[in-house]
Design a protein around this ligand. Structure first.
Ligand SMILES: Nc1ncnc2c1ncn2[C@@H]1O[C@H](COP(=O)(O)OP(=O)(O)O)[C@@H](O)[C@H]1O
Ligand SMILES: [Mg+2]
Length: 252
């Protein structure tokens, strides 16, 4: 009976975490709508100011017109800054909660979340996780988000492949400088010639892509003192690496 209860508790936890992770992966959508909302008032400010400059050049700017246009500019500026204030509020609600983490455990959790996607896309998964990896000081949900982004990208790069196995490797190890390194490697389509833009916000080669996954992931990893980069995989596909400094045995 004990086991059943534990399994049920584990399931509840996974569901709660899934909810949190999917809420965080909508960050990309949020960013796109923010860009739109900020851009509109800024365009209005530019148009109004340009019109005033033209009228001024033609010596045809009535003080009453100028007053109305300036009022509009103030209103638009206020609107844009309110949008920015809202983002700040949103971001502040999710402060990084850094704890000592076993990154292999985080990998297992995310692979559980991605299980269905892997199966439905006929992706063969190989885990190569180093045993007794030193802990890292990191926010669990943020690390889940980074891993989930990389794994989903890997699956998306594999689905066009029909003439060879669709392979995804998730690897962990300690690198030469003692940092914990995670690699998500695929036998997919590989990096395009625009590989230098992968981490640029809104860069996407997908019809329904948002292009925010890698840029958000990189900033999350860098906020943990780590690095995230990409390289070609041999003979096919791509590999995304990230490192996190080892927690150094300091009390968490
Ligand atoms: N595993 C991969 N293999 C090949 N290209 C990739 C891979 N992961 C990411 N990319 C490229 O980087 C782009 C940006 O990825 P991302 O920021 O996650 O946005 P999105 O997935 O919405 O396109 C993708 O559109 C794709 O061109
Ligand atoms: Mg993506």
């Amino acid at each position: 009976m004990h086991d059943w209860k534990e399994a049920q508790q584990a399931l509840h936890m996974t569901q709660a975490e899934l909810a949190r992770v999917s809420r965080l992966t909508t960050m990309g959508e949020l960013a796109a709508s923010i860009a739109h909302e900020v851009n509109q008032p800024l365009t209005a400010v530019i148009n109004n100011s340009s019109a005033c400059l033209r009228l001024l050049a033609a010596d045809n700017l009535q003080p009453e017109v100028l007053r109305r246009v300036l009022e509009e500019i103030v209103a638009d500026g206020t609107r844009a800054s309110a949008v920015v204030a809202r983002i700040r509020g949103f971001i502040k609600k999710e402060p990084a909660e850094k704890n000592k983490l076993d990154i292999n455990g985080v990998i297992q959790e995310v692979l559980t979340l991605a299980d269905r996607e892997l199966y439905e896309n006929r992706v063969l998964l190989e885990r190569q996780l180093m045993e007794s990896l030193p802990p890292v000081l990191a926010d669990r949900v943020q690390m889940q988000q980074v891993l989930l982004n990389l794994i989903m990208n890997g699956i998306e790069a594999l689905t066009p492949v029909i003439d060879r196995p669709r392979l995804l490797w998730v690897q962990s190890r300690v690198d030469e400088s003692g940092d914990v390194q995670v690699a998500v490697r695929d036998s997919g389509t590989g990096l395009s010639s625009e590989a230098h833009r992968l981490f640029t916000p809104f860069f996407t080669t997908k019809a329904n892509g948002m292009g925010m996954g890698l840029s958000i992931s990189r900033s999350l990893v860098e906020n943990h003192g780590g690095r995230l980069w990409a390289a070609p995989n041999s003979p096919h596909g791509a590999v995304f690496y990230f490192t996190l400094p080892e927690s150094g045995g300091s009390p968490s």
